[in-house]
Design a binder for this molecule. Structure first.
Ligand code: SAM
Length: 286
């Protein structure tokens, strides 16, 4: 099955402005019908790599002017694009996924806003969201921190900075650096579950969840290929709050003493045993 251009609307012009369009992260059919329609009707497309975007357009049966753009492009190139948006429909795409998410576009959007351009963003594929939904790690709160730094000390410093955040941590990663990152996570957050989501939406998609030391051993033996999202579970205190602990304590108090109940719930949740004992005594008194 492939997404194709809507032949009825493809010749109707789009109103002028900037259209931020998400594209597939591997499987070329992961593109919305609205995205295909906008690509087919726009006046031109600003993209990171004209060969990559050209391949997608060919697959969709679309031919449009392509303008190379990244956030390091000369200010005058950006100014020219913003000028175009005043009278033409300009699309911004990145090589894959959602533009601006660890990809170019921030400066362009900021300048377009300042110039009063009408801007809209078409949602679609994004590796971090795909990985988060697949991992089985808590997703009510997450912190996306982009790529980990390349240098060992900077990588450790960044991990130490976010280790106490009460949320699932999400990083973009590459195969050659994965084991180094897992080793650093094992040093800084040893007991936390980690997910490695690899080659999402592609033929060899894989999502492996385990302790960092186990994953590090696995990927040392099986060198990881392709693109990777790395996720770290929140600190246990963030997963189990006192409300969850109450339910476990009440249950345990049916069959054991307060001290035993506190020890059992501390083991299961990682919460402080003394605090749980005090809470168990309170619950017993109620
Ligand atoms: N803007 C993109 C998005 O919306 O996800 C991300 C671009 S960033 C330059 C590229 C990184 O995204 C890769 O190094 C990898 O960490 C992640 N990524 C992209 N596609 C992926 C895929 N199919 N499977 C796993 N990770 C992917």
């Amino acid at each position: 099955m492939s997404a194709r251009v809507n032949r009825e609307t493809q010749f109707e012009p789009l109103s002028a402005g900037l259209y931020i369009v998400a594209t597939p992260i591997g499987n070329l059919t992961d593109i919305t019908m609205r995205a295909v329609d906008v690509l087919a009707r726009c006046d031109g497309i600003a993209c990171e790599d004209t060969r990559v975007t050209g391949k997608l357009l060919k697959h969709l049966g679309i031919s449009k002017p392509l303008w190379r753009y990244n956030d390091h492009s000369e200010a005058r190139d950006r100014a020219r694009l913003v000028e175009r948006m005043q009278s033409e429909a300009v699309v911004l795409v990145s090589d894959a996924g959602t533009p601006l998410v660890s990809d170019p576009g921030f400066r362009l959007v900021r300048d377009a806003r300042e110039a009063g351009v009408v801007i809209t963003s078409l949602p679609g594929a994004c590796a971090l969201i795909t990985a988060l939904t697949l991992s089985g790690l808590p997703n009510d709160r997450f912190l996306f921190a982009g790529f980990l730094p390349v240098k060992d000390k900077a990588r450790r410093d960044m991990l130490a900075d976010v280790a106490d955040v009460a949320a699932t941590l999400v990083f973009y990663e590459t195969g050659p650096r994965l084991v180094k990152s897992l080793t650093a996570i094992d040093e800084i957050m040893p007991g936390r579950e980690v997910s490695v989501a690899r080659e999402l939406t592609k033929m060899f998609e894989e999502c492996r969840t385990a302790l960092p030391a186990e994953l590090s051993a696995h990927y040392t033996a099986n060198s990881p290929k392709g693109e990777i999202v790395l996720l770290v579970a929140p600190p246990v205190e963030a997963i189990f709050d006192i409300g969850d602990a109450d339910a476990l304590l009440v249950d345990a108090l049916n069959t054991m003493k307060a001290s035993q109940a506190a020890a059992q719930v501390a083991k299961a949740t990682g919460l402080d045993r003394k605090m749980l004992y005090a809470r168990a005594m309170e619950l017993r008194g109620q």
